[in-house]
Design a protein around this ligand. Structure first.
Ligand SMILES: [Zn+2]
Length: 487
C-alpha cells in the first residue's frame, strides 16, 4: 500500500475507506491483542480535545471527577439481574493473580454502576448529601468478537457520569440535562448534529428505567449511537443499599443516573466529515487548526518565506490558534499539501515569494463547503484577525452541511413496510414511521432487515403530521420511531 496512493472511494466501499482513513491519517493502529487498538498521537490529540471540551461542560454543570477501580467483584455484577444478563456475554474475568486462584473472580469493568453505587452507599446518609454528582474518565472492556477501530473495540476509553438524587423528578432532570450537554458538544464542537430521543424497552441500558440517546447519521446512512444517558431509577440503589434519610425523617432509596460517551466519537467524526481525500477535522477539535507551508527554491527564498511563516505562526498562536509550520526541506510543497489534507487540517496557509511581494498569504480550506471559497488570499497584516474568523466559518459550514445531509437522507411519512424495506435495503437513512409499541413488531423488523428503532424522537424532531398506523402490523401507532441500521 503505497503512501501516495489514493483512498478507496466512499461510494465504492465505505467500510474500506473508513479503515484506510483511520490508518493513513495516523489516528489508530491495530494492536497485537485482537480486538484492541492503539490510539496514535494524532488520534489521541483529537480525543484529548474532546475530553477537554466535555470535561469543562460536566464541571460547569456541577460534576466532579473521581476514579474507581478497574476490577469489580463478580458478585457485584450479579446483584442487578438485568444488568448481569446484559453484560455477562462480553465480560472479561480475572480468575488468577499472584500465582494463585482468586477466592472471588474479578470482572474487568464493562461499566461501573455497581462499584460506584456500592461506594455511594457509604458516602450518602441524608438528603443533605444529595445530589451526588460524579464523573469518571476511564477505560472499559467489553469482549466483542467483531471489532472496528474506534467504533467497536474490546477495550475503549470513555467517561461515565454517575449521580444520586433524592427524587425521581431530579434524576430525570439530570438524565435529560446531560443528554443536552452531549447534544451541545456534538453540535458546537463535532459539527455532528444528533437526533435525540428515548430508547425502546428492548434497546435500553441493562438495568435502567429509561435510556435516552444521541443518534447521528453517518455518510453511509447508518446510524451511530453517539452518547447515552440513563435514568436508573432505584434499581441499583436497592441492590447496593444506597439509602438516605429524607427531609421528613423517613428512609428512601436514592435515584441514580448514568451517562457516557466514548472514543467511538472519533469514529463518528471520521464518518461525518471525511471525504475521498481523507479526514476532515472540525476546527474546534483539530490538534492542528492551521498548517503553514513555506514555498521556496533558493536559499534566499527559504530564509524569507520561513521567516514570514514563523511570524504568521506567532501572531496566530497569540490568538490561541493551534498552528504548525511545516519547515521540512526533504518534502516538496505538493506532498505536504497532500499529507495535511489527508490528516484533515482545516486550513492551510501557503507563503511563497510572490505572496511576500503582494503582502499576502494564500489560505486554502480543507474542503469545499457551500458559500465558502476553497482558496482565498489574505492580507498578511490581517491574518491574525481573519484566520480565527475563517476557522469559525468553516466550523459552522461543516455543521450546516452535516445537518443538510442528515435531512436529505431522512424519510418521513413512510407507511408501507415494502417501501420501508426498499429504503433500508437500498440507500438507507433515518426512517420516521409509526410504531404500535409492541416488541414483536420491533423484533420482526430487526430480524428481517437488521434495522432497529434508534429512538423515539423528542418532539422537535418529530414529523408535524404524526403517523397513525404501525409500520409493521398496521395497528394504531403509539409512537413515531426513527429506524435505521446502526454501527
Ligand atoms: Zn405493530
Amino acid at each position: 500500500m503505497a503512501d501516495e496512493q489514493g483512498l478507496t472511494p466512499r461510494a465504492q466501499d465505505f467500510s474500506a475507506w473508513y479503515n484506510e482513513v483511520v490508518l493513513r491519517a495516523e489516528l489508530a493502529d491495530y494492536s497485537p491483542v485482537r480486538g484492541c487498538m492503539v490510539i496514535r498521537p494524532y488520534g489521541y490529540g483529537i480525543w484529548e480535545n474532546m475530553q477537554r471540551a466535555l470535561d469543562g461542560m460536566f464541571k460547569a454543570t456541577g460534576h466532579q471527577n473521581a476514579y474507581f477501580p478497574l476490577f469489580i467483584p463478580m458478585s457485584f455484577l450479579e446483584r442487578e439481574k438485568e444488568h448481569v444478563e446484559g453484560f455477562a456475554p462480553e465480560v472479561a474475568v480475572v480468575t488468577h493473580a499472584g500465582g494463585k486462584e482468586l477466592e472471588e473472580p474479578l470482572v474487568i469493568r464493562p461499566t461501573s454502576e455497581t462499584i460506584i453505587y456500592a461506594m455511594f452507599a457509604k458516602w450518602v446518609q441524608s438528603y443533605r448529601d444529595l445530589p451526588l454528582l460524579i464523573n469518571q474518565w476511564a477505560n472499559v472492556v467489553r469482549w466483542e468478537l467483531r471489532t472496528r477501530l474506534f467504533l467497536r473495540t474490546a477495550e475503549f476509553l470513555w467517561q461515565e457520569g454517575h449521580t444520586a438524587h433524592a427524587s425521581e423528578a431530579e434524576a430525570e432532570e439530570e438524565t435529560l440535562r446531560m443528554l443536552g450537554v452531549y447534544r451541545e458538544f456534538m453540535d458546537d464542537w463535532m459539527a455532528m448534529p444528533p437526533v435525540l430521543g428515548r430508547k425502546t424497552e428492548s434497546e435500553k441500558f441493562a438495568g435502567a428505567l429509561r435510556t435516552y440517546s444521541c443518534e447521528a447519521l453517518m455518510q453511509d446512512n447508518k446510524a451511530l449511537q453517539a452518547a447515552t444517558s440513563h435514568n436508573l431509577g432505584q434499581n441499583f440503589a436497592r441492590q447496593f443499599e444506597l439509602k438516605y434519610q429524607t427531609v421528613t425523617g423517613g428512609e428512601d432509596y436514592a435515584w441514580n443516573t448514568s451517562w457516557g460517551a466514548s472514543t467511538r466519537l472519533v469514529g463518528g467524526l471520521v464518518m461525518t466529515h471525511g471525504d475521498d481525500v481523507g479526514l476532515v477535522v472540525p476546527p474546534q477539535l483539530a490538534p492542528i487548526q492551521v498548517v503553514i507551508v513555506p514555498i521556496y527554491r533558493s536559499e534566499e527564498e527559504r530564509t524569507q518565506t520561513l521567516g514570514a511563516a514563523d511570524q504568521v505562526a506567532a501572531a496566530l498562536r497569540a490568538q490561541q490558534v493551534r498552528v504548525h509550520v511545516d519547515a521540512r526541506d526533504t518534502v516538496k510543497p505538493g506532498a505536504k499539501y497532500f499529507e495535511w489534507e489527508r490528516k484533515g487540517v482545516p486550513l492551510r496557509l501557503e507563503i511563497g515569494p510572490k505572496d511576500l511581494e503582494r503582502g499576502q498569504v494564500m489560505a486554502v480550506r480543507r474542503r469545499e463547503l457551500e458559500g465558502l471559497a476553497r482558496k482565498e488570499p489574505l492580507p498578511m497584516d490581517a491574518v491574525a484577525t481573519l484566520v480565527p474568523q475563517r476557522l469559525g466559518e468553516f466550523q459552522r459550514a461543516l455543521l450546516e452541511a452535516a445537518r443538510r445531509r442528515r435531512e436529505e437522507n431522512s424519510y418521513r411519512g413512510i407507511e408501507s413496510y415494502d417501501r420501508f424495506r426498499e429504503i433500508v435495503e437500498g440507500p438507507g437513512g433515518f426512517i420516521y414511521a409509526g410504531w404500535c409499541g409492541s416488541a414483536a413488531c420491533e423484533a420482526k423488523v430487526k430480524e428481517e432487515t437488521k434495522a432497529t428503532i434508534r429512538c423515539l424522537p423528542f418532539e422537535e424532531f418529530r414529523t408535524p403530521e404524526a403517523p397513525t398506523r404501525c409500520l409493521v402490523c398496521g395497528g394504531e401507532a403509539k409512537h413515531e420511531a426513527v429506524w435505521d441500521r446502526a454501527y
